[in-house]
Design a protein around this ligand. Sequence first.
Ligand SMILES: [Zn+2]
Length: 208
Amino acid sequence: MTKALLLIDLQNGFCPGGNLPVADGDAVVPVANRLMRDGGYDLVIASQDWHPSNHGSFASQHAGKKPFDMGELSGQPQVMWPDHCVQDTPDADFHPALDVSRIDHVQRKGENPKVDSYSAFRDNDRAALTGLAEFLRSKNVTELDLLGLATDYCVRFSALDAVEMLPGVRVRLIADGCRGIDPKGVEDALSAMADAGVEITDSSRIGI
Ligand SMILES: [Zn+2]
């Protein structure tokens, strides 16, 4: 039995002061730190949004688009984001308060400029895998808890892929370790995850 914790995109870009800040996003960093220390996990993985500067999810790459407009990327509807988490910039760094010494494996995503990767497991077109599912299988992970930013995008897609791509693995979302962009989107995300078989729990119930 291997228990793993997956931290989704705990990067400066998604925290207050970053380029695509999620309200109160930095509030989940102490939750992550406590769970890494006391949660009884065998393995800690952190995903990192890691975009080239010409990434197609950026409004700046589409004439006439501004951030948060809807557009299209690789034939699918795509939110046009502000430039964020550009490789080798402070915006892409993990939040400075995150205890990175406890992270065993970093899974980067979003490197292909032609498609976005909300999920830590595969691109949004579902064609290219990041390798995370295979990595977790190779470690015989039986339980996977996740938290991070943002609930309605990268956390949602990662949790749904975890359930689908890792059959038999117990997947739990640590709700107080997540923050979202849009309140309605967060509500939809929580019900979609619960419907798919993700257990919704709270960090206060872990490792005490
Ligand atoms: Zn991104």
